[in-house]
Design a protein around this ligand. Sequence first.
Ligand code: DQA
Length: 145
Amino acid sequence: MAARICILNGPNLNLLGKRQPEIYGHDTLEDVARDCAALAAELGLETEMFQSNHEGEIIDRIHRAREDAAGIIINPAAYTHTSVAILDALNAFEGPVLEVHISNVHKRESFRHHSYVSLRADGVIAGFGVQGYELALRRMARLLA
Ligand code: DQA
């Protein structure tokens, strides 16, 4: 059975494609899910796209990933910069964790420059648009090989 990779997305990313397209582009999260699923199949992996606007739901999904996922790709969105609780949940996950940001957070407001999740992430991708998810998936395949 193919190893499952959870692709977790934080608040407001359900509006991807509609929300500030000059920053985040025109692709929707469904587009990203479809492209990642196709790439995962090529890489011998399986992806599950998850999005929530609620911190606790993201934490619950990370806890379940301890049992049902080999790796986590996470775009925590605004929780990147605020959530010790998501960091703690990721610290309880044993597989690889890759952090993705669609925009280049380092080119933006200073409050976006700090990431709690980066204290756990095995790698970080920022500013590659939604292509960052596919790049993270390729890296994940390498890490799990
Ligand atoms: C984001 C960057 C965050 O600062 C922001 O709050 C988001 C999206 C990104 O993908 O570029 O919602 O994580």
